[in-house]
Design a protein around this ligand. Structure first.
Ligand code: 6GU
Length: 244
């Protein structure tokens, strides 16, 4: 899987992608990350990439030429047939696990990071296929959201995580938040590890974890809990139907 990041600040990506699981995914060749400095493609003699908004108003707008030429360079160099270009913007649809799963199947993903007040609308009309936000708050640019997407997508690609089962139990895959984890020591600052986890009874342990997940989800995320309840009810009535 190849990520292509169009940005004015390519250095932001080197530190995060050079550590831990992301680093290993790149070393293994499962993930490839290419950054492109949009400024390098500016035909302006001062390498300018922004200008005042037509119609007036606060802030600057990224000009279309450098972004468009960066895009053309990527698509031609890698011979990408149906380029998927995601523009990171608070106006986009909110990123969630399901979108990460869908994107993890793609060969190439191009991420466009905006800055200033935004990008000239004609770039969005011409090359952008999807607009994505990471939540309802405003950041100064699309770089952190791009990193978040790269991380969430990469860890779903087979071979990136050590244990294939690592993502089966986790928060969100099954619409439930994850149960609590404990490691040694058995007692810390007067707090004990729940007895059942020390019992060696795997059926009881699985039951306890399921119960904790359901409890936590109901307390914290009624929206997810209701989705989960619906699924449970649907599968129950499915079983009944089959048994008739
Ligand atoms: Cl994708 N960009 C910016 N600038 N702010 C955001 C965002 C994206 N998602 C949430 N806030």
């Amino acid at each position: 899987m190849r990520f292509h990041i169009m940005t004015l600040f390519p250095d932001i990506f080197t530190s995060y992608m050079g550590e831990s699981i992301m680093k290993r995914a790149i070393e293994k060749g499962i993930v490839e990350l290419y950054t492109y400095n949009i400024r390098d493609f500016s035909l302006n003699k001062h390498k300018k990439v922004d200008d005042y908004p037509f119609g007036g108003g606060a802030g600057m707008v990224m000009t279309p030429q450098p972004v468009y030429d960066t895009y053309r360079y990527i698509v031609e160099k890698f011979k990408i047939e149906n380029p998927q270009v995601i523009y990171l913007t608070p106006k986009g649809r909110v990123f969630e696990q399901k979108i990460a799963g869908e994107l993890s199947l793609a060969e190439d993903v191009i991420l466009l990071c905006g800055h200033y007040e935004g990008i000239d609308q004609r770039i969005i009309d011409l090359i952008v296929t999807d607009e994505v936000s990471i939540g309802d708050y405003v950041l100064t640019g699309g770089e952190l959201p791009a990193l978040i997407m790269v991380d969430a997508i990469s860890r779903l690609i087979p071979g990136v995580l050590g244990h294939e089962e690592s993502y089966e139990d986790e928060s969100f895959t099954g619409d439930l938040l994850e149960y609590p984890h404990y490691t040694r020591p058995r007692e810390f600052e007067g707090l004990e590890v729940p007895e059942v986890l020390l019992s060696g009874n795997h059926k009881n342990i699985a039951g306890w974890r399921q119960d904790e997940s359901v409890k936590l989800t109901r307390q914290r995320r009624l929206d997810l809990y209701e989705k989960y309840e619906k699924q449970v009810n649907a599968s129950k009535s499915n079983k009944k139907r089959k048994n008739k």
